[in-house]
Design a protein around this ligand. Structure first.
Ligand code: SPV
Ligand code: MN
Length: 645
């Protein structure tokens, strides 16, 4: 938070009265912790929050294990979490009234930016005039913590003590939220201490509101308001982590603005090490919309994981270097099973600190859809007592675990394939960036762009994904989701894209840009790949980054050669890979690619100020596709191209 938030608001007298107020409301231990930071904007934020929310008590936590244990215990006492049979395991349920009224996902409609009147840079964003928004959120949060304990916790985005670090303070009345953050983020109290009185920080104020059975119930008064002027986020009447865990998607929004000002990238990306020949490790980041295979890619066996959701990327001495913003995973649990995701499945079955979110509980054990075993016929889930065939008031099936978004929360250091450089303050060097959507009929399973600009525009800015929330079995609805970040954009897309293009200019050798698509089907709707095939695509990309394998130049980018894939399928998965499989998977489907370009161009034409490069690169691609179509027809296998690379 910058000093500007104080300007004109309080003089010396104000500073004194802020401190007097804190002295009245915070106990001696807490006061000592706050006072050691000597941070006046922080004091002011605390005083404002206390005045507004009016808690019975304030508990200020530092980085000590004792404070973390207090928070964990409180989550149980308050009923926000319940212990499970296995040591360290708890279950948290988010609100559910019926399939149309629940607290099981991010509330996009009520997530708004507070902006001054006529603010030009947010016309594409869901926003509300600042004063009106502040009045509304303040009226919702007034006295919202009456009788409750306000928790004050300090965390750090990115590794501590590094160029990437962003200190954050989270105020919340939810021990579940504070506990989740403890699993997901690095402790930050010491970082604040070291940073001195002028350290800039992000601030989050959350209140779960009225609870019944440990669950937030006033969902009609749920609001997530982001004050971009003060780097301060308010959230009320929700527990779902995507709304409430300030350091996750709320801080991402603030970080995108900061990154634009300072010349780096704040991204919705995993980060992983792919292991090449002779012990070489090459790092990749990957942007995938929710439920497109992001976490399962990041956690692939034989590779090493740095992070699964958020990455900061900086140009350091002309090289792109990246860190995991987090230190834990808030991952989707559906379909997670022993065969496909052994690393995670084993972690979820070991007796260490894990929060299960919105799964089915029977005899103290967690169960979820697609876990690969027969589920019990009764239990407790997000909707209460559950049995098969239960429906809500709209006739929708109540699944054992919340369909598509039941999750788990755990620390990454639990996983045996955590990358040794995961805590490296300078980050890991980035060899490649992957953009991956859920696409049944257009993009080939793996593809490399011609260069940085071509990749950023035709793969990143043109990313689409088919929704999974559609009725079971029905064709998904395709959604435009550039860089998988549309939900979190806090600047107009034109600026975000321009910033990406400019970022590349700071790099001596920009990371190579790739696309993956794990979801390609044949005309009958059968998947053309198995889940495990992604392991091969990663190894191919790793070789490409080092120029160790040739590729075929197609109209949309570089494609793998059949012989290289055959060798990799044998080496990585011990599988045969037939020419017929290759032809079906890697044929360029020209009409579908042309339709995609048309859709993407339409999106961009509907916006103002989009960089000209976006249109010219997509137009060039269109021409290449049409030329090829004239020569070879609608579907062209790479074996029919002639140029190599
Ligand atoms: C996502 O939906 O991209 C998530 C979960 O990572 S949430 O915290 O809801 O954003
Ligand atoms: Mn995410």
């Amino acid at each position: 938070m910058t000093k500007t938030m104080l300007k004109g608001e309080r003089g010396i007298e104000g500073v004194d009265s802020t401190w007097q107020m804190l002295e009245r409301r915070i106990d001696k231990d807490g006061l000592a912790k706050v006072s050691a930071l000597k941070n006046e904007p922080l004091n002011q934020f605390l005083a404002e929050a206390i005045e507004l929310c009016n808690p019975a008590r304030v508990l200020v936590c530092d980085d000590s294990p004792e404070d973390a244990a207090r928070v964990r215990a409180k989550a149980i006492v308050d009923g926000e979490e319940r212990p499970l049979a296995m040591d360290g395991h708890t279950i948290h349920f988010d609100g559910y009234v019926n399939s149309r009224n629940h607290d099981q996902a991010r509330d996009k409609e009520h997530t708004r930016y507070l902006v001054p009147e006529l603010c030009p840079d947010v016309e594409e964003l869901n926003s509300i005039e600042r004063q009106a928004g502040l009045s509304e959120i303040q009226s919702i949060m007034r006295n919202i913590m009456t009788g409750k304990v306000m928790l004050v916790r300090f965390f750090c985005l990115g590794p501590t003590g590094s160029a990437f670090s962003i200190p954050c303070v989270q105020i919340t009345d939810s021990a579940y939220v504070a506990h989740s953050e403890d699993l997901l983020y690095r402790p930050g109290y010491e970082q604040f201490c070291r940073g001195g009185p002028d350290i800039p920080f992000f601030a989050m104020l959350h209140a779960a509101g009225r609870l019944e059975n440990g669950v937030s119930v006033d969902s009609e008064r749920r609001r997530i308001y982001i004050d971009i002027e003060r780097n301060l986020v308010y959230c009320a009447n929700s527990q779902y982590a995507g709304n409430t865990v300030g350091l996750k998607k709320l801080a991402l929004r603030l970080a995108i603005r900061k990154a634009e000002r300072e010349g780096w990238l704040a991204e919705h990306m995993f980060l992983m090490g792919v292991h090449g020949p002779e012990g070489r490790v090459t790092y990749f980041s990957g942007a995938y919309p929710s439920a497109c295979g992001k976490t399962s890619t990041a956690l692939l066996q034989r590779e090493t994981v740095v992070g699964d959701d958020l990455a900061y990327i900086r140009a350091i001495d002309g090289q792109a270097r990246a860190v995991n913003v987090e230190r834990g995973i808030f991952g989707i649990i559906e379909d997670l099973n022993q065969d496909d995701d052994p690393v995670l499945f084993n972690a979820l079955n070991s007796a260490e600190e894990t929060i299960f979110n919105n799964v089915l509980i029977c005899d103290g054990k967690p169960y979820w859809n697609g876990m690969g075993i027969t589920l019990p016929k009764k239990g407790i889930n997000y909707a209460g007592h559950w049995r098969p065939g239960l429906t809500d008031c709209w006739g929708e099936e109540i699944a054992p675990s919340y369909r598509g978004n039941a999750r788990f929360t755990l620390r990454l250091n639990r996983l045996k394939n955590l990358d040794p450089l995961a805590e490296e303050p300078n980050g890991v060097p980035l060899g490649g960036i992957i953009f991956g959507g859920r696409d049944s009929d257009t993009v080939v399973p793996v593809l490399e762009s011609f260069d940085w600009q071509h990749g950023i525009i035709t793969l990143g800015a043109a990313l689409e994904s088919e929704s999974t929330a559609a009725t079971h079995g029905a064709q998904g609805v395709r959604k435009f989701n550039p860089m998988a970040i549309l939900d979190f954009l806090s600047i107009p897309l034109r600026r975000y894209l321009q910033h990406y293009l400019d970022f590349g200019k700071q790099l001596e050798r920009p990371p190579q840009i790739f696309a993956t698509n794990y979801w390609l089907t044949d005309q009958k709707g059968h998947y053309l790949n198995e889940k495990c095939d992604k392991a091969v695509w990663l190894k191919w990309m790793e070789l490409r980054v080092h120029g160790e394998c040739a590729a075929i130049r197609g109209p949309t980018g570089f494609l793998p050669r059949y012989d290289d894939l055959t060798a990799l399928f044998r080496q990585v998965l011990d599988k045969d890979y037939s020419r017929q499989q290759y032809e079906r998977q890697f044929a360029i489907r020209i009409p579908q690619n042309l339709s995609k370009i048309k859709r993407i161009l339409e999106h961009y034409r509907g916006l103002t100020g989009i960089p000209e490069t976006v249109f010219s690169l997509l137009e060039d691609q269109r021409k290449r596709l049409i030329d090829l179509q004239k020569q070879k027809g609608d579907s062209v296998c790479p074996l029919e191209f002639h140029q190599g690379a």
